[in-house]
Design a protein around this ligand. Structure first.
Ligand SMILES: O=C(NCCCc1ccccc1)N[C@H]1CC[C@H](OCc2c(F)cccc2F)CC1
Length: 337
């Protein structure tokens, strides 16, 4: 079968919706041509959507997998509730589990993969619902163990910690939501986030400052998307009325609720984390938000962890699509035997 990357509205896959815990979830569904080997769920990050897995979906279908790539809560054709609780790790995990049960039933299992925020989610789903997960992988995002301390990101950064997370302070605030509205601004926003440059190499986004609004008008292709892909991101994000970025940005307003919920969980269940299922972590050598060094100490939490690296920026799924696919395929072969 044709394993080239999905185009927008590609006829090789289906575009469906399901009601999940009171919300409409939209998702890309890829069915294998022959007998189904297993079901794989792919969870995207920010500022992305199911289409972010365009290089992986046809490849995994060709290996015989049924592939489900949801638009996560707040994104594209999925609802963007007002209540921040709906964006918490525990709520999003429950959404993923409920959607998975629709495909594999109460006793079945899935293979679960994530990128970026989706990587943080897959580690949490595999921790809270290990019985559902046959194998789990994350691209770019290392494990961040259950966070029982209620330390605010502002304080960590003011103390000189996590400088590569400084942009998250801007994203959780009002500016990007207020200023990135309408298709023209969305187009400039995606040019910035997907690496377009100005005439003197200016960037529109850095992990230390976030979106650089003054540079947005200077940015020109090339970037990691072609014209049709860029328009598809703009169209899909425009499915939500203004402020279009409210849903995606709500993911940066959950630190407090996540640490409250995880402290509560740890009080009852302890904070020991041990992953017994096969796990794969693919780091991206040039990811400025999630550099490979952040994975230090991660091995201790796994009984069967494979760690690899691809030569790519944060957008490894598209930038190093073939290499990411090769690594996932090789690992699945080993795991499924
Ligand atoms: O913000 C994210 N992605 C946007 C990247 C935008 C970008 C575009 C182009 C170029 C560079 C960057 N991702 C989140 C994903 C969850 C992460 O939180 C979990 C976590 C911890 F809290 C602590 C330790 C490890 C760990 F994974 C925090 C970054």
């Amino acid at each position: 079968m044709d394993t080239s990357k999905l185009k927008p509205n590609d006829p090789r896959v289906k575009y469906e919706t399901k009601q999940v815990r009171g919300k409409t979830y939209s998702y890309i569904l890829g069915e294998p041509q022959g007998p189904k080997v297993d079901t794989i769920f792919l969870i995207h990050g920010w500022p992305d959507m199911a289409f972010g897995w365009r290089c992986q979906i046809p490849y995994l279908m060709s290996l015989g997998f049924q592939v489900v790539a949801p638009n996560m809560v707040g994104y594209a054709g999925t609802d963007a509730p007002e209540d921040i609780k709906e964006y918490s790790f525990q709520s999003v995990c429950a959404d993923v589990v409920a959607l998975a049960r629709e495909f594999v039933g109460e006793k079945g299992q899935i293979i679960l993969g994530g990128h970026d925020w989706g990587g943080a989610i897959v580690w949490r789903v595999a921790y809270y619902y290990p019985e559902l997960i046959k194998a789990v992988f994350s691209v770019c995002t290392p494990l961040n163990p259950i966070n029982t301390k209620k330390v605010r990101l502002e304080n960590i950064i003011a103390a000189g910690g996590l400088p590569n997370f400084k942009y998250q302070l801007q994203l959780g605030g009002p500016d990007v939501q207020a200023r990135i509205q309408g298709k023209d601004m969305l187009r400039k926003f995606f040019l910035a986030l997907f690496g377009a440059r100005g005439p003197n190499g200016e960037t529109g986004f850095t992990t230390s400052e976030g979106v650089l609004f003054d540079n947005l008008d200077k940015l020109r292709p090339p970037l990691l998307l072609d014209e049709q892909e860029l328009e598809h991101y703009v169209e899909q994000y425009s499915l939500h009325g203004p402020p279009e970025m409210r849903g995606p940005l709500n993911w940066y307003r959950t630190r407090e609720i996540n640490s409250e919920q995880e402290a509560e969980h740890a009080k009852k269940n302890g904070s020991a984390m041990k992953y017994e299922m096969p796990a794969l972590f693919i780091s991206a050598s040039r990811d400025s938000a999630l550099p490979p060094a952040m994975a230090k100490g991660m091995d201790a939490f796994y009984t069967d962890l494979t760690k690899t690296e691809v030569n790519a920026s944060h957008w490894a799924l598209a930038e190093a699509g073939h290499e990411v696919n090769r690594q996932i395929g090789q690992w699945l072969n080993k795991v499924l035997g």
